[in-house]
Write a protein that binds this ligand. Structure first.
Ligand SMILES: *[C@@H]1O[C@H](CO)[C@@H](O)[C@H](O)[C@H]1NC(C)=O
Ligand SMILES: *[C@@H]1O[C@H](CO)[C@@H](O)[C@H](O)[C@H]1NC(C)=O
Ligand SMILES: *[C@@H]1O[C@H](CO)[C@@H](O)[C@H](O)[C@H]1NC(C)=O
Ligand SMILES: *[C@@H]1O[C@H](CO)[C@@H](O)[C@H](O)[C@H]1NC(C)=O
Ligand SMILES: *[C@@H]1O[C@H](CO)[C@@H](O)[C@H](O)[C@H]1NC(C)=O
Ligand SMILES: *[C@@H]1O[C@H](CO)[C@@H](O)[C@H](O)[C@H]1NC(C)=O
Ligand SMILES: *[C@@H]1O[C@H](CO)[C@@H](O)[C@H](O)[C@H]1NC(C)=O
Ligand SMILES: *[C@@H]1O[C@H](CO)[C@@H](O)[C@H](O)[C@H]1NC(C)=O
Ligand SMILES: *[C@@H]1O[C@H](CO)[C@@H](O)[C@H](O)[C@H]1NC(C)=O
Ligand SMILES: *[C@@H]1O[C@H](CO)[C@@H](O)[C@H](O)[C@H]1NC(C)=O
Length: 884
């Protein structure tokens, strides 16, 4: 029995209560509670008999109380049977409190309870009187709850060593005889500027603290160190984002045992010299400040022999690396990235740092320096990040040839010139990540001689590599997860062996000279999520049908020579998020099964030969944010579209390839076709149906797409009016309805579209007045309205006179049409009678009088010439508009 209890002393519950309904019990909640019961299962499954799957409403289960609000309450006696209980973890459960029995305090019988994790629930201050009963408690996590005001820890929790109160709204701690053993205290983001002084004073009650988190509290202008002075055991102090200034930390040196100091995001650039006499400091984080070189004196003057970790990234440092860096001989990690420093590619100033394992220097100027032949580094690096802004360094630095422990190497944007450094992979058995983007490297892609399982990330995009992709790639680099080879000169076809790299998640071969058919086995690579083969010469049809085990989410195949129908290619690929098949020669219709791809966010099928109507299923994809069907032969009506207002999903991929520049596509907005890359695409929302054969009216619901940025329906045969709902397109930047057969008036409220930058309704049958020339509409010139015979008003030359015929309204009835037709008939008859009579009279006169005859023929000749030049001029203009 004792053994049995030991096994279950730690009780872990993470009950998800999203969607918790009042007086009800969702199945997942019931299951979560049953798991909880299983993990307790004491004694021998005889406890909690009412917790049964068949008993559907878990609100009626013993120990469970449901509140009619979304919060819920646990009966404290639930834990009473488990007297050996050591830890309870209930973070993130929307628990608002405990129901206690009248008899009270049986919980104090849980004499072994040491850990209570109630982070991210909805407890208020009353939870404190509940937890006070646990005399054995060593760690109490109450961060991100609804605690507020004064927190009283008097006369209780005498064993407490760690206390988390961050993310509440607290201004004072009272603990005169409180938890005297407290070592670690989290007080991040708990107080306002008004109460931050009080908060500092409460710290006196905890003289034995070793770790203190005060991040994200507003201490503007407060002097911190006289409040912290008595914390003579303090080793770790976190003051990130506290709006500290030069007065705040005048004599921090009086904290003799301080080892870790984090001062991320100060408000002032000045750090007083006195404060860093911290001989025992091992860890110093000064990142994301505006520190300039004077910090070098401050750090340099003191003898930080013990410093192991130094972050000064994202500051304002400039010039060469200071020589005293070489004196920080305990340094293991040095982060100087994103400053304005000049760092030699040889790394020679750091050769002395024998313990250095990680150096981050990206985002500075990396320069070539003559290698010191006599010197070699004492360090063996594991991580080296030196990506720069395109400086040229000639060749790989010599010290790199001596490194054998590298795990991550980033030399992006350093113009190195040379061949692919396969020796780096050979020398460094543990190499996992190699970034060589845009390094001016050339020659063939040289593989290491032996198999290297550890290499998982390889990017050699944007170089001048040539030749075929070696077929031994699977044998030599079998652990690849990400392979980026875009923008090179690779030719040939994709080697078959690549399909055997079962770990491959992302694969970018765009903008090379590859050819052949897109191999079908790509659809069987079950880890593959990201595929970019755009901008090659792939021909033939799309692969028949991707396997249902395919996890492809990003498919970019544009600018190839693919032909044939879309057929069933992605029928089972429910995960697809972005699909770009534009600029190919695909034919046939848009398949109906596209409606199955319910995660689809970006769909680009432009510049193909697709025909037929848009399947209604497509318009029901409610996550779509961008759809481009332009330049096809599609016909039929434009359907009512949803453009998603769902927030862009957060991606959790360790390589972040979704937000990297490897995700790119072309889209035309504001009359310019641009390639959009990386995370910017999440701000792109638009519909482009231009240059097709769509007919019918524009559905008024399109006006409800108030998040849309670009709408292009030009060059179709759309009829009817511009829906007045268009004045709701509040975020629209580009609206093109030109070259259709739209009639009626332009909705007068259109000038309310204040984001509009490009607008055209040219070449339609619109009538009435142009919109008022206010706001954005004051910038649109005649070209935006031209070729609408009945449209008048500025900026058109045609003035809207009082005598303007009333514009034909789109709601005109058949009767009115008929009566109009009758009038025209009368008109034609009269016209022809008069015309023939005039001809006869002119003929007679010319026959009789020879002088008038000569004058007449001269007039005809001049007129023919004028007509010719008029046509030539105007045709060239038409040509420009129609085809450029
Ligand atoms: C639990 O089961 C074990 C064997 O399965 C038995 O020895 C023990 O007596 C049982 N305990 C109780 C409380 O039923
Ligand atoms: C139920 O929740 C409401 C609001 O959160 C609270 O006022 C009430 O006391 C709760 N009921 C119980 C039984 O705790
Ligand atoms: C909590 O559970 C105990 C034991 O099952 C029961 O006696 C008590 O009435 C319950 N308290 C509440 C408020 O439901
Ligand atoms: C600090 O800790 C020591 C033991 O480590 C203890 O004796 C002393 O009472 C503590 N100080 C206070 C003020 O509680
Ligand atoms: C700090 O707390 C405030 C409200 O108490 C919250 O709005 C803010 O997001 C928090 N900051 C962080 C970084 O969590
Ligand atoms: C530090 O502690 C001493 C006594 O140990 C006390 O006199 C002094 O006021 C304390 N200083 C602060 C700032 O609390
Ligand atoms: C660095 O150390 C050397 C000897 O180890 C010493 O001469 C020099 O003064 C030190 N430099 C600084 C800036 O402390
Ligand atoms: C690393 O590779 C280069 C080139 O093959 C070789 O000259 C050098 O000796 C290797 N370095 C080590 C430490 O093995
Ligand atoms: C596109 O395909 C059609 C027939 O399928 C063919 O006639 C045409 O030449 C192709 N166009 C291009 C640019 O390949
Ligand atoms: C539109 O349809 C007509 C006939 O219905 C056809 O002649 C014309 O080529 C089509 N235009 C486009 C751009 O497909």
């Amino acid at each position: 029995m004792g053994l049995f209890l030991q096994v279950f002393t730690v009780l872990v519950i993470t009950v998800s209560l999203q969607g918790w309904l009042p007086r009800g019990c969702l199945e997942e909640e019931r299951i979560a509670l049953l798991h909880l019961k299983d993990s307790l299962n004491y004694p021998n499954g005889t406890s909690l008999p009412s917790w049964r799957i068949a008993h559907a409403n878990c609100c009626d289960w013993e120990h469970i109380t449901c509140n009619s609000s979304t919060d819920w309450y646990l009966n404290a006696s639930l834990f009473l049977p488990f007297q050996q209980l050591n830890g309870v973890y209930l973070y993130g459960n929307r628990i608002a409190g405990w129901v206690e029995n009248k008899g009270g305090y049986e919980l104090s019988r849980l004499s072994n309870l040491e850990i209570l994790d109630f982070e991210s629930n909805r407890f208020d201050n009353s939870i404190l009187s509940f937890v006070k009963e646990f005399s054995s408690l060593k760690a109490l996590y109450l961060g991100h709850n609804r605690l507020e005001g004064i927190i009283d820890l008097k006369e209780s929790l005498s064993s407490l060593e760690a206390l988390s109160l961050g993310g509440n709204n607290i201004n004072k701690l009272v603990a005169s005889r409180g938890p005297s053993n407290l070592r670690t205290l989290w007080l991040q983001n708990i107080t306002t500027y008004k109460s931050s002084f009080q908060l500092l004073q409460s710290l006196r009650a905890f003289p034995n603290l070793t770790t203190l988190h005060l991040e994200e509290n507003d201490f503007r202008g407060r002097i911190l160190d006289d409040k912290l002075q008595n914390l003579s055991s303090l080793e770790n102090l976190y003051l990130d984002q506290c709006s500290l200034d030069e007065h705040s930390l005048q004599s921090l040196g009086a904290l003799p045992s301080l080892k870790n100091l984090s001062l991320y995001a100060l408000s002032s650039t000045v750090l007083s010299e006195g404060f860093l006499h911290l001989r025992n400091l091992k860890y110093l984080d000064l990142s994301y400040n505006a520190l300039n070189n004077s910090i070098f004196q401050t750090i340099g003057l003191c003898d930080l022999n013990h410093l192991q970790v130094l972050y000064i990234d994202d500051n304002d440092l400039s010039g060469f690396l200071p020589p005293w860096l070489a004196n920080l001989t305990s340094l293991q990690l040095l982060d100087l990235s994103s400053n304005h420093l000049k760092i030699p590619m040889s790394m020679s100033p750091l050769y002395n740092l024998s313990k250095l394992k990680s150096f981050y220097g990206s985002g500075n100027e990396i320069y070539a320096e003559e290698d010191h032949h006599s010197m070699s580094p004492k360090f063996q690096l594991e991580s080296l990040y030196l990506s720069s802004r395109g400086q040229s360094v000639g060749a790989f630095p010599k010290f790199l040839y001596h490194q054998v422990n590298l795990q991550s190497l980033d030399l992006t944007n350093i113009q190195i010139k040379g061949e692919f450094p396969n020796w780096l992979i050979e020398n460094n058995t543990y190499l996992q990540e190699l970034h060589l983007e845009n390094c001016s490297l050339s020659g063939p892609f040289l593989l290491p001689k032996n198999s290297h399982v550890n290499l998982s990330f390889l990017s050699i995009s944007m170089n001048h590599f040539q030749g075929q992709i070696p077929s031994e790639i699977e044998a030599r680099l079998p652990g690849l997860e990400v392979l980026f080879m875009s923008d090179n000169g690779f030719n040939g076809s994709i080697p078959f062996s690549l399909g055997n790299i079962s770990s491959l998640q992302a694969f970018d071969l765009s903008n090379n000279n590859l050819q052949g058919q897109i191999p079908g086995w790509i659809g069987n690579m079950s880890s593959l999520e990201f595929l970019n083969l755009s901008g090659n010469n792939f021909s033939g049809r799309l692969p028949p049908r991707f396997s249902s085990s395919s996890n492809l989410r990003y498919i970019f195949l544009s600018r190839n020579k693919l032909q044939g129908p879309i057929a069933m290619a992605f029928y089972d690929s429910f995960e697809i998020f972005a699909l770009d098949l534009s600029h190919n020669n695909l034919t046939g219709t848009i398949p109906e099964w596209i409606g199955r791809l319910s995660n689809l966010r970006f769909l680009l099928l432009s510049y193909n030969n697709l025909e037929g109507e848009i399947p209604i299923q497509l318009s029901r994809l409610d996550h779509l944010t961008l759809i481009d069907l332009s330049h096809n032969h599609l016909s039929g009506n434009i359907l009512f579209w949803m453009i998603s207002t769902h927030p862009f999903p957060q991606q959790y991929n360790s390589y972040g390839y979704e937000s990297s520049s490897h995700q790119s596509f072309e889209f035309t907005t504001k009359n310019v076709s641009l390639s959009y890359r990386g995370s910017i695409i999440q701000y792109l929302t638009g519909i482009d149906f231009s240059c097709n054969n769509f007919t019918g009216e524009i559905p008024p619901e399109i006006g409800n797409l108030n998040k849309i940025k670009a709408l292009n329906l030009s060059h179709n045969s759309l009829t009817g009016p511009i829906p007045p709902t268009f004045s709701n397109l509040k975020e629209i930047e580009s609206l093109d309805l030109s070259y259709n057969k739209l009639d009626g008036e332009i909705p007068p409220r259109l000038p309310e579209l204040f984001s509009l930058e490009v607008f055209s309704v040219a070449h339609n049958n619109l009538s009435g007045k142009t919109p008022a020339r206010v706001a954005q509409f004051a910038t649109f010139d005649e070209r935006c309205y031209k070729d609408n015979p009945f449209l008048c008003g500025e900026p058109l030359p045609k003035i809207c006179g009082a005598a303007m015929p009333p514009s034909p309204t789109p709601t005109s009835t058949n009767n009115e049409d008929n009566s109009g037709f009758m009038d025209m008939e009368v008109f034609y008859v009269t016209f022809w009678v008069v015309y023939i009579m005039v001809l006869l009279v002119i003929g007679a006169v010319l026959y009789i009088n020879p002088y008038w005859r000569r004058a007449w023929f001269h007039f005809i000749e001049v007129s023919i010439n004028n007509c010719y030049y008029f046509l030539v001029d105007n045709l060239s203009i038409l040509y420009k508009f129609g085809f450029s």
